[in-house]
Design a protein around this ligand. Structure first.
Ligand SMILES: [Zn+2]
Length: 315
């Protein structure tokens, strides 16, 4: 599945869905806003929420309350129109049951195919399903998926530094897939779904797989805050962090602090993500825009980094 615009070449810019010539003045080249972290579910999951709550402990923890929002692709597209988001990465859920993963993946692939490139699908598997999980990743890659996520090894009960992690790394490398993990803050308040992947596990995986395209959700559990440590800074170039659910975890002023501490061009490893529908896309955008990031890093965070990661070569 390609993006609805060319990443390299002469006309990488879009305005209201129309390509604009790259020769126009940079001052009026609009920014393509990409939300790297949204969740959509097939309608049957929302309608049958009770049944899924009974059979999947992680789903029960996160969606057991009827107040926890579950959105469909149509609702995501409507939200994108309202918020001015051009493209959203739609993530799957880390179901324990293999067939639940497959059904959800089907929905992500189908709705993305109908979206004209506005929804970029990421699928999920449970590596404990072994060969079936590997085959499912191949099927999703054939179907146009750009990555796997939101991955939760600690919720599904497998170790990232074992055979399951090796399998994912091999598949991601061979099929050019991005791996997006829910990374758990080692400190801070408890919340439903906090357990996903320990920060130190994510760090070790990133250090051991510098060639992979990795995204740590929720500011990668705080990993960029350790950027002043040279060893961590060396590990960071392989990993991006998204801003999903920022308002529940940090003061927005963390963004300029992290952007300038991480080295390279300011903000080059940060991705705007809302965690829709937990957080509205318009509200999440307003928060990032009001965080104090300067113009250039803000443009990187809101879209330019995502364009490079999704469509262009890794730098
Ligand atoms: Zn998450």
């Amino acid at each position: 599945m390609g993006l609805p615009f060319k990443v390299e070449g002469l006309t990488p810019h879009y305005r209201n869905g129309r390509a604009c010539r790259a020769t126009e003045s940079p001052a009026i080249i609009p920014l393509v806003i990409i939300d790297f972290h949204t969740h959509i579910f097939p309608p049957h999951v929302r309608e049958g929420r009770e049944g899924y709550v009974r059979r999947d402990a992680t789903f029960a923890e996160m969606y057991g309350s009827p107040r926890a929002k579950i959105a469909t692709a149509e609702e995501l597209l409507r939200s994108m129109d309202e918020a001015g988001v051009e493209v959203s990465v739609a993530l799957g859920f880390a179901w324990r049951d293999h067939q639940d993963c497959v059904r959800h993946n089907d929905y992500l692939l189908e709705t993305a195919a109908k979206s004209g490139g506005r929804i970029v699908p990421f699928c999920t598997v449970n590596p404990l399903a072994g060969e079936a999980a590997a085959r499912e990743v191949e099927r999703c890659a054939d179907g146009g998926v750009r990555g796997l996520g939101e991955l939760r090894p600690d919720s599904q009960g497998w170790a990232l530094d074992g055979p399951a992690g090796d399998m994912l790394a091999e598949l991601a490398s061979r099929r050019d897939l991005i791996l997006l993990f829910h990374v758990t803050e080692p400190v801070g308040h408890e919340y439903p779904g906090k357990l996903g992947l320990r920060l130190d596990s994510f760090y070790r995986f990133a250090v051991g797989h510098l060639q992979l395209k990795l995204v740590g959700a929720h500011l990668a559990g705080g990993l960029p805050l350790y950027a002043p440590m040279p060893a961590v800074r060396r590990a960071l170039p392989g990993a991006y962090a998204d801003t999903a659910a920022l308002r529940y975890l940090y003061k927005p002023s963390v963004l300029p602090a992290v952007a300038s501490a991480s080295g390279g061009s300011e903000g080059e490893r940060l991705l705007f993500g809302s965690d829709f529908p937990l957080v509205g896309q318009a509200a999440a955008l307003a928060e990032v825009r009001g965080s104090g990031l300067e113009e250039a890093p803000l443009r990187r965070v809101l879209g330019e980094n995502a364009v490079r990661l999704l469509g262009g070569p890794v730098t």
